[in-house]
Design a protein around this ligand. Structure first.
Ligand code: AMP
Length: 556
């Protein structure tokens, strides 16, 4: 009997070493630019890759072996990028640490990661020193820049380590499935959970990033997301894969310094969360600067307000993407479907969607019992994903309930239409359940942000005796603007079902934000519960519900 046909293809491991070698050999002239708040310093890939080989040798001298974890407690700069390569190339695991975690969470994350070495920015050493005595696994601290190092234990200077080390010539052989990097979730609902990426998952995610945004050697990527947030959304590796320049704003993500960096360096691709784009927009408008040298904005990490995308449209498309720490993060992108162009009536309908799954990521929505729900654009369920760069578990087996039959339960709730466009309407933990119906906080916020006086909006559910929960709208107004809640209710009327109209309103100077710049709804709910928000109630809830029965049900 004939033998079954075999593939005749080679099996080549997909590793970060391969991405590194591309940058080292094919794109020697591409640049890494680091902002220092005033000027920029620059190095080409030739120099950066040479330093990586020295850093790897230096880390090996410090005793780092394959499988060891090396933490980075750093902002966005060249040295952080060097660690992105040196650590995994040694077979060790890069553990990026969120610089905005609370001391207790930071100690927890470093200990549960088991970091042996931590590379830290000089400006962040006090945060590390404050918890140093609680760190059970850290042996050595490497400081980038000049700092008071008292309280840090054994300390090396980053640049001295590089200068004193000859380039590493013998690299370990890497298995594509071995761990390369690790990132903890932001832990807004409990202890942060560790997600461990493999060389293979990072290689495939990099290729997906390059492909979906058509990144290439002529691009200059302005990385306005912290490199401690999901591997800088994979852009550092993607840049090395395709030869794009990387423009790193260090810690200067505030609107005005960021704008001056952007104007000076003219990235043509910019990447960030909505809050960052909101700040950049205000600064650009105030300075009457045109950002028309940008070809593409990539915005995600939280729902992107339609008004924000529209405000950028004269300059460039600010495209919405969706992802999570658990998905490396790229999962969905919202380009309009074929044939739909600007000016068409459905253009903004599609642009406002959360996105369609990218190739490699499978997606479904499920009901309470886990049964798959139809893609009809109406039925609401929990989004589940799977794919080669999607987590199948958490470090140490935490959070098993988030995984089912090979799918990751994202905790995001939404609809999928016939073309596969997802609309996330809430996090499961943020959804407002009122009288048995669901109210989408994201849709309410999007509608509120269309009001000219509203700068930022967050809607949370608050307990209500009769309906279980009702929405509370918390607003921050534009400087010099304000609006009466009655008028805002009027403004919302007709745009959302009438039983969604909030009767409770509060105004704050700024919406509380999480460690990665997203709305912190837990903090908002806490402010409300502790009576620290001045809440204005407009009408009796019962009156709002008078026409409730006429509203089509949001969920079946
Ligand atoms: P993180 O792991 O910190 O990156 O957070 C992931 C979560 O951010 C997702 O589960 C979503 O709730 C939220 N998120 C990311 N992108 C979007 C988006 N485009 N629209 C709505 N929510 C988003």
């Amino acid at each position: 009997m004939a033998r079954p046909l075999q593939s005749t293809m080679q099996e080549v491991p997909l590793t970060i070493a391969d991405i590194f070698r591309r940058g080292q050999s094919l794109f020697r002239g591409s640049q890494v630019v680091t902002f220092d708040g005033g000027t920029s310093r620059r190095a080409d890939f030739a120099e950066v890759t040479e330093r990586v080989t020295r850093l790897a040798a230096g880390l090996r001298y410090l005793g780092v072996k394959p499988g060891d974890r090396v933490g980075t407690f750093c902002w966005n700069h060249q040295e952080h990028l060097e660690a992105y390569f040196a650590v995994p190339l040694l077979g060790a695991v890069l553990h990026t640490l969120n610089v905005r975690l609370s001391p207790a969470q930071l100690a927890y994350v470093i200990n549960s990661g088991g970091d042996r070495v931590v590379i830290v920015d000089a400006g962040l050493t006090p945060l590390l020193a404050a918890i140093r005595s609680q760190l059970t696994t850290v042996e050595t601290v490497v400081v980038v820049g000049r700092a008071d190092t008292s309280g840090l234990g054994v300390v090396f200077d980053y640049n001295e380590l590089i200068k004193g080390s000859a380039p590493l010539r013998e690299w370990p052989v890497l298995d594509e499935r071995q761990p390369a990097a690790m990132c903890h979730t932001t832990g807004t609902t409990g202890d942060p959970r560790g997600v461990v990426y493999s060389h293979r998952s990072i290689w495939l995610h990099s290729l997906a990033t390059v492909a979906n945004f058509a990144l290439n050697e002529n691009d200059r990527i302005g990385l306005m997301v912290p490199m401690f947030h999901v591997n800088g959304w994979g852009k550092p590796y993607a840049a090395f894969m395709c030869g794009a320049d990387l423009l790193l704003p260090e810690r200067f993500l505030q609107p005005h310094p960021l704008l001056s960096f952007v104007v000076a360096e003219r990235p043509n691709v910019v990447v960030g969360v909505p809050t960052i784009f909101q700040g950049l927009l205000m600064a650009a408008r105030a300075a009457e600067v045109e950002l028309d040298f940008v070809r593409l904005g990539i915005c995600g990490g939280a729902a992107v307000p339609t008004t924000l995308m529209q405000a950028y449209q004269p300059w460039f498309p600010l495209i919405q993407a969706w992802g999570m720490t658990e998905t490396s993060p790229l999962g969905m992108v919202s380009f309009p479907p074929r044939g739909v162009v600007e000016g068409d009536s459905s253009y903004w309908h599609y642009r406002s969607k959360t996105g369609r799954p990218v190739a490699g990521v499978a997606l479904r929505i499920t009901g309470d019992s886990g049964t798959p729900l139809p893609w009809d654009g109406k039925t609401v369920g929990e989004v589940e994903v799977r794919g080669p760069w999607v987590a199948s578990s958490y470090l140490g087996g935490a959070g098993r309930e988030r995984f089912r039959d090979g799918w990751l339960l994202t905790g995001d709730v939404g609809t999928v239409d016939e073309l596969g466009y997802v609309q996330i309407t809430d996090r499961t933990k943020d959804i407002i359940k009122s009288g048995g119906e669901w109210i989408s906080s994201i849709e309410l916020e999007d509608a509120l942000l269309a009001h000219p006086a509203v700068l930022d909006a967050a809607v949370v559910g608050i307990p209500d005796e009769r309906w279980g929960e009702r929405p509370l709208a918390v607003l921050a107004f534009r400087p010099g603007h304000s609006a009466d809640p009655e008028d805002l209710r009027q403004f919302l009327t007709g745009k959302v079902p009438s039983f969604w109209l909030p009767e409770s309103w509060a105004v704050v100077a700024a919406i509380p934000k999480s460690s990665v710049g997203k709305q912190d709804k837990k903090a908002i709910r806490q402010l409300q519960a502790e009576g620290r928000l001045e809440v204005r109630r407009l009408v009796r809830v019962e009156a709002v519900w008078a026409d409730r029965l006429r509203v089509p049900k949001g969920r079946r």
